[in-house]
Design a protein around this ligand. Structure first.
Ligand SMILES: O=C(O)CCC(=O)C(=O)O
Ligand SMILES: [Fe+2]
Length: 270
């Protein structure tokens, strides 16, 4: 499929850099991201492209890496014995997801077509306030298909490395699978452990916003300082999410240890 047939250009006229419609759209989305820490772009891809990507995910699913683990919200599997047992670093939460790495997704899958298309990359750059973004060049990380079957979930966490995260809902679950976020749970210079603990313990449910995600919706969020999770998926429909990583510099590849954990890749000896 051509990129023009993947992206819904009727709703998102991103092709003409000079058009006032595009400028207006990007400005609105940037303001929303700055205010809420997330912004959702409904019907960003066309139904045929979405269906193709779901079919690709289903075909590759037997090779997916099943991540099933206890971890804290900093994505660590080990706590810190020097801290109290109810310190956020010692609160271990259960997560279970099925991960398809970039090199397990067919090259003509619409999620790759979209990711590598300059008009999308440039639109995202402007929304997140970067002059320019680059594709990640790791064999595993640039584009993933993250699948959630019945009972799968992602536990409260902060995203570690990236200033923003971009996801695309390809297929929603029948029930559950809600993306929830507590905006600005911490800041760059304050870990805010007491508040983080309250959220992890379920003591402030009203602070979490549930981000509506219909199939086809693109979401850009700042997950570094805002705790977020995906509630357990219910029903037979697999929740399929495209996850995209753009970089501020060219030539970025991932950390082999991260790839071992997230994608189940062997760490080469030495
Ligand atoms: O599956 C989702 O909606 C969220 C995934 C997530 O937390 C992430 O990619 O950082
Ligand atoms: Fe995340």
């Amino acid at each position: 499929m051509r990129p023009e047939d993947v992206v819904n250009l009727d709703l998102y006229p991103i092709l003409d850099q000079a058009s006032p419609e595009r400028a207006e759209l990007v400005k609105r989305l940037k303001t929303e991201l700055d205010e809420k820490q997330y912004v959702s772009l409904p019907d960003f891809i066309r139904p045929e492209a979405r269906e193709r990507a779901v079919a690709d995910a289903k075909a590759a699913l037997p090779r997916a890496h099943h991540n099933s683990s206890q971890r804290n919200c900093y994505l660590q599997r080990k706590g810190d014995e020097t801290l109290p047992s109810d310190h956020p670093r010692n609160l271990m939460l259960e997560a279970s997801t099925r991960m398809l790495a970039y090199d397990q997704v067919p090259d003509d899958c619409p999620v790759k077509t979209l990711y590598h298309w300059e008009p999308v990359r440039q639109m995202v750059a402007e929304i997140v306030g970067e002059e320019k973004l680059y594709d990640n060049e790791d064999p595993c990380q640039p584009v993933n298909l993250l699948c959630y079957q019945t009972g799968d979930r992602s536990a409260w966490h902060f995203d570690s490395v990236n200033a923003f995260t971009m996801t695309l809902m390809l297929q929603a679950s029948e029930a559950g699978g809600d993306f929830e976020m507590v905006p600005n749970t911490r800041s760059d210079d304050d870990q805010n452990y007491d508040y983080v603990r309250s959220v992890l313990k379920g003591e402030c449910p009203d602070d979490a916003v549930s981000v509506a995600r219909s199939a086809g919706a693109l979401c850009i969020f700042r997950g570094c300082n805002s705790l977020h999770r995906v509630s357990p998926v219910e029903g037979d429909s697999m929740r399929v999410m495209g996850v995209f990583v753009y970089e501020r510099e060219p030539g970025i590849v991932g950390d082999p240890e991260v790839n071992a954990t997230v994608y189940g890749r062997e760490l080469s000896a030495g």
